[in-house]
Every structure is written in structure tokens, then in C-alpha cells.
Design a protein around this ligand. Sequence first.
Ligand code: OOG
Ligand code: NI
Length: 420
Amino acid sequence: MARNLVTTDDIRGRFCAALSAMYRAEVPLYADLIALVDTINAAHGHDSAGEPERHGAIRVGTAQELAMMARAFAVLGMEPVGYYDLAMAGVPVHSTAFRPVTEAALAANPFRVFCSLLRLDLIADAALRAEAAAILARRQIFRPAAIDLIAQAEAQGGLDSQQADAFVAALLETFRWHHDATVDSTTYRRLSGAHRLVADIVAFKGPHINHLTPRTVQIDAVQAAMPAHGFDAKDTVEGPPARAVPILLRQTSFRALTEAVRFTDQTGNTIGRHTARFGEIEQRGAALTRKGRALYDALLARALDGDRAVPYAVRLAQAFAAFPDDLATLVDQRLIHARRHIGADGTITIEPIRYEDFLPVSAAGIFQSNLAGEARQVYDEASSQAAFEAALGRAVIDPFDLYAACEAQAAFAPEPACQG
Ligand code: OOG
Ligand code: NI
């Protein structure tokens, strides 16, 4: 029977809206953050009321979970782009970003999910490592209906509207918060002792969405306003400093809340505590070329390694004085990706191509801001993109290739080819 299939953009839009509604209900402080962002955006001439979130994040425990997640996101038109090694920053996970990859899909709804996979191999205690693996092997994070509909989508080449609604409802369950942990309080403490992220990933029924991220057009204004509005804001905005020509991605967040949970040995009024969920905001700028990115990485390292007596914001501004900040120079020196528009009168305007990905140092900073008191660990094992891709069941897409292709297309297109 031929079905009327809806687009993957449509299904992604429905999922994003459902996830947003669920998370706002689960974490009322996150709903307050949206309200603050909308107010500040409006004060800067941008009406963001009802605008869908730009990204969210989850953490999965096993290769099987990651592989099924990739198939689920494919139904939403999201592909794994980039490899992020967080072990180098003392967090025992590696990650990719599931996101739309075509210009049209990004324009329709650019929702991304930063998805981390636990690196069990980084748990030093062999007995605990085996126990964590056994706990994870016992859980099924996907509803049977979600798995059936993934298979149907693959067979049919998509879903019809009714199936799409059923799929979104079933998949949403995987992202839901569970007050009841799957382990007793002793096991939780031991997992937490290996790393708090290990406990967050292993001790629960599924990979609860840990944050969502609307965009702001004035991240510094929101950061400045957060404390007075009752948010425990992280200390610094991650990423590049404020600039005339914004580049890459700037992010900040309120710190994760400590919430009541119940371990399997707890009854009555006894409760446990777990800290995982937060709210974030982002502001995006131009995608950098490999050359631009190398300069960014070098300048950021200079700021991070600089004199601790100098405030970080000052070190960052000083380091980035070496990064050109006018469009013509950025394009001439091939530091950013851009498209040219030729007007009817022959005038050429240059428009930067928006950065759609994440930044490993920034992501590490977001993780770390929620790990206060956690002893910073050093993991010596090599990063392992090959192992990640084996778990994923496919290779990740190289983000630089996507930007280069977008720019090459734009050079010939009469209309803007790659949406901002
Ligand atoms: C993900 C942190 C990374 C970002 O925006 O860089 C991230 C997590 O805490 O699971 O979301
Ligand atoms: Ni994030």
C-alpha cells in the first residue's frame, strides 16, 4: 500500500516540539530560562517566542544503544557529524552531533542532538567496569513501538503522518527523566566514584535529555542577567569572545540542578540525590575553514594557558586580537566559509555560512561546569574514533567537508544555496 509519507523535516519538527514541551514541564527552571531569553531577544529586535530549540544532549551507555539511536535520528533527518573526544578533558565519553546536513533541512529546522557514548574502557576498576556493563546490558532504552516504526521507516523510505506521531510519542519515552534509579545507593556511590558521568549514564532506565538550548541574539546580555533572575550561571561564556563578525559558537548555561531520585534500596521518605539536568543558550556565527579553525584553536589555547592573575575574559580578548574581525579580511585570508550574492546591479555581498556544529573545548567546559567537586581525571588512552564508529555502525561525516561543499555550491548558485 502506497503511503503518504511526510518529510523528515516535518518529523524532526514534531519531535523537537514534543521534547521541548516535556523538558519544560520536567524542569520548570528551564521554562524560566526560555522566558528570559525571549525577553532579551525581543529587547534586541528579535522575536523568538515559540522558536524551536537549537540543540539538546543525551549520553548513552552501549554500542547497541548508540547504533539504534543513529537509526532513530535518521528517521528525523539527522546524521552523525563530527567526532568529539571528551576524554582529553577528563570526561569518560566520546561523542558526535546528530543534525540535519542539507541546506534545505537546516533551514527548515536545524535541531541537533549532542550524543555521547560512555567509554567503559576508561573505568579503571575491572570489577566495577564489568558490573556497569552488566547493568547496561539489562536495560532496553527504546520502546518496542519505536523500534518497529524505525524498521518501517527504513522499509518504506519514511513515515506517514499517523506513524510519525506514533514514532515521536514512542521515541520521546527514551528521553524522559526517571525518578527511580535501576541500582541501589551503594552501587550508585561506586559508579559515581569512578566518575559522576558514569553514574548518570549507568544508574538510570534511559538517557534522559540533560539539557535543551534555545538560541539568543545577545548571549552576553543573557549571561549578565541570569544571576539576578535566580539562575546559577556558569562563570564564563564558552567559545570565542564577542566580535563584530561572530564566529563558531558561543554557549553558556545554568548549572545542573540537584534533584530527588530513589535508589532500589530506598523506601518511604528516604530519597537520593542526582545532579544532571540544566539549561543552556547558544549563539552561532561563521563556520571556519580548517585554516581558520587552526588559528581559533591556537588562540583559545593561548587564552586558557595564560596568566591566571589576569581575568579569563581579558586573556580571551587579548588572544583573539590576532583573529581578523572584518568580513573582507576573513574571506580574503580564507579563515571563514562564505557565500557571495550578486545583486541585479552587479554589486557583490558576502554572507558568512553559519557554523552548525560543536566545539570540543566548549563541550568539555559545559560538562565541567556541572562537575564541581569532581577530581579532574587524566585519561591516557588514545582517542578512539574508529571504536566510536564501530559502535555507531557507520562513519561520522566530516563537518569541514560539509562546509566546503556548501561554499562550492554557493559559488555557482544564482540564489543563496546554503541557508543561514
Ligand atoms: C553535553 C555537553 C556538550 C554542548 O553544547 O557543547 C554540549 C552533555 O553535557 O551531555 O551539549
Ligand atoms: Ni549543549
